[in-house]
Design a protein around this ligand. Sequence first.
Ligand SMILES: *[C@@H]1O[C@H](CO)[C@@H](O)[C@H](O)[C@H]1NC(C)=O
Ligand SMILES: *[C@@H]1O[C@H](CO)[C@@H](O)[C@H](O)[C@H]1NC(C)=O
Ligand SMILES: *[C@@H]1O[C@H](CO)[C@@H](O)[C@H](O)[C@H]1NC(C)=O
Ligand SMILES: *[C@@H]1O[C@H](CO)[C@@H](O)[C@H](O)[C@H]1NC(C)=O
Length: 293
Amino acid sequence: MHFTKMKLASFVVVVYALGLAINGASGDIAFDDIYEVVWGGDHVSFLNERRDAQLWMDPAYGAGFGSKLNYGSGFIHMRIKLPDKDSAGVVTAFYLTSNSSKHDEVDFEFLGNREGKPITLQTNVFAQGIGDREQRTLLWFDPTADFHTYKILWNLYQIVFYVDEIPIRVYKNKVDIGVPYPNQPMSVQASLWNGEDWATDGGQTKTNWSNSPFIAHFQGFHFGACSLPKTAVDVEPCYQNISNYWWNRSKYWKLSGKEQRQFEEVRQKYLNYDYCDDKNRHPTLPPECQFNK
Ligand SMILES: *[C@@H]1O[C@H](CO)[C@@H](O)[C@H](O)[C@H]1NC(C)=O
Ligand SMILES: *[C@@H]1O[C@H](CO)[C@@H](O)[C@H](O)[C@H]1NC(C)=O
Ligand SMILES: *[C@@H]1O[C@H](CO)[C@@H](O)[C@H](O)[C@H]1NC(C)=O
Ligand SMILES: *[C@@H]1O[C@H](CO)[C@@H](O)[C@H](O)[C@H]1NC(C)=O
């Protein structure tokens, strides 16, 4: 473990010197190698030589952390264990976002619930400032009992949301027919906050503060991505030397046959809301809907 970390550290340093960094695909690394606390610093704690981070939420506030760099493509993931017991109103988020006025964003949002009721995983994709692409999925396990890996594949061809190894959502790049696609540098963010206005039963079920503090656990901070300085406004440098970027290989251009079957099964059994099926909100189906099923 120690050896891997050393190797990784020297590799990252070398590539930083070229102005681009590729974070190693293996090895457990400390929070500070990638992330920094963004808000609620006194509601963040660390374990295991800072290889585990915990965000706390109480009536005063929650907390959030974000990557020090922005990225232009990658296969980004995080191991998360959600707040247990009665977490109605509590939102745990793991997402990519650009820092721009017409922003791009790719979201995992876990919507807490009363004890014994299922936690909903809401996903969304914003491109050029427009979101409204919510999907909601129930999980086939208890996400508060243990860590699970939540992943976002982002390359020029598709965005795929994975829960462990299972693809639960696909958003294909159909820019050629006018579908907006995230193409701005994005940072990786995680946060814990009070969403009782909307998160549980449309906001009718409120946070029960007698159970606070709520604690979300994060680990597994390494991931593969093409990084850019915070000031970069264009992802283009990430496409100049593509041989380095394994998540850009043809294997990652579309789901494999096995993944496609898993994806269809999850949609059939666990999807409980899809903006593409919401005719009240979208009398005319958004153009991407026909491609992402
Ligand atoms: C976002 O961009 C603004 C300038 O446009 C900058 O002042 C701010 O620090 C940036 N925030 C982050 C989190 O990078
Ligand atoms: C809030 O939690 C407390 C302690 O677990 C419990 O006694 C109370 O019934 C809960 N209130 C609601 C509205 O669920
Ligand atoms: C591009 O990648 C190749 C293979 O890893 C490497 O040999 C070369 O130095 C890289 N070029 C630049 C400009 O980073
Ligand atoms: C990687 O992405 C670039 C576009 O950004 C594309 O031209 C190239 O074919 C891709 N390469 C591989 C190996 O996937």
